[in-house]
Design a protein around this ligand. Structure first.
Ligand code: GSH
Length: 250
């Protein structure tokens, strides 16, 4: 069966999972053990990041945007990429900018607060992992915490900068969607899916398959709360409500 290798809580993995669900392609999402993934993933793909799609026909695709490209070629029903060249270019530009300005920065901001909660982080990485794999997480957790801080957070100055860029990107998004239901053209596309997936960590829409539960950190909660009534947050929730079907929890 086709498999999607993921970190279950990752917004880039949610983007790929959503695309697969949207296409109605049968697949199984499989949580990889963080840390060990640095050895296992590069054996099958060029880099170490997830998501990675392992198709049951043998094809392997790494990267959320590349997975959407692949799915649109092999499963043309429910297209996510517009058919016009202008639409395709617009999607590509939005997807790149939003993955970076929204996705990368919100990861930095939230990890900076949530890395202080080992139980929460363990749930993020091990949710839906088979029981025999879960014990691998505990011994690597302290090293992983340091590594995640180094790679995705960096320093308080970097977090402050991430907050500024994120806020500017939210402002830019608000302008793009003003008076329009979708980012590109008149219908749902990969641009909407990508932006909404990147911001799912901000609004935690109920249609998102990960069971977030209570966010344990007051700064992280305050950050999300600050944007609760923002037009972009409302847009994300609507996009999830109307287009996130059917769901695959694992
Ligand atoms: N551009 C990539 C980014 C994916 C990404 O940043 N994945 C992170 C998890 S959110 C990851 O796998 N990090 C571990 C690593 O790179 O080794 C995509 O769109 O798939």
């Amino acid at each position: 069966m086709t498999k999607l290798l993921v970190f279950p809580h990752s917004h880039f993995c949610e983007k790929a999972r959503w695309a697969l669900d949207y296409k109605g392609t049968p697949y199984k999402a499989q949580a990889v053990i963080p840390g060990l993934h640095l050895k296992t993933i590069p054996k099958i793909a060029p880099g170490s990041s997830v998501p990675v799609l392992i198709h049951d026909n043998g094809d392997i695709v790494q990267g959320s945007s590349e997975i959407i490209d692949y799915l649109d070629i092999h499963y043309p029903d429910n297209p996510l990429t517009p058919s016009s060249e202008a639409g395709r270019d617009a999607c590509q530009q939005i997807e790149r900018t939003m993955d970076e300005a929204l996705g990368v920065n919100i990861r930095c901001i939230l990890y900076s607060a949530l890395l202080n909660y080992p139980d929460f982080i363990r749930q993020c990485f091990t949710h839906a992992m088979p029981f025999y794999k879960k014990p691998f997480f505990r011994p690597i957790a302290p090293v992983l915490r340091k590594k995640i801080y180094q790679v995705y957070v960096g320093s308080p100055e970097k977090v402050a900068r991430a907050k500024m860029i994120f806020d500017a990107a939210m402002h830019d998004m608000a302008k793009r969607i003003e008076g329009k239901p979708y980012l590109v053209g008149d219908s749902f596309s990969r641009a909407d899916l990508s932006a909404a997936a990147m911001l799912s960590l901000l609004t935690l829409p109920p249609e998102h398959p990960f069971p977030w539960g209570q966010i344990p950190d007051p700064d992280a909660t305050a950050f999300c709360e600050h944007y609760r009534d923002h037009p972009v947050s409302q847009w994300v929730n609507r996009i999830y409500r109307e287009h996130r079907w059917p769901i695959n929890v694992k």
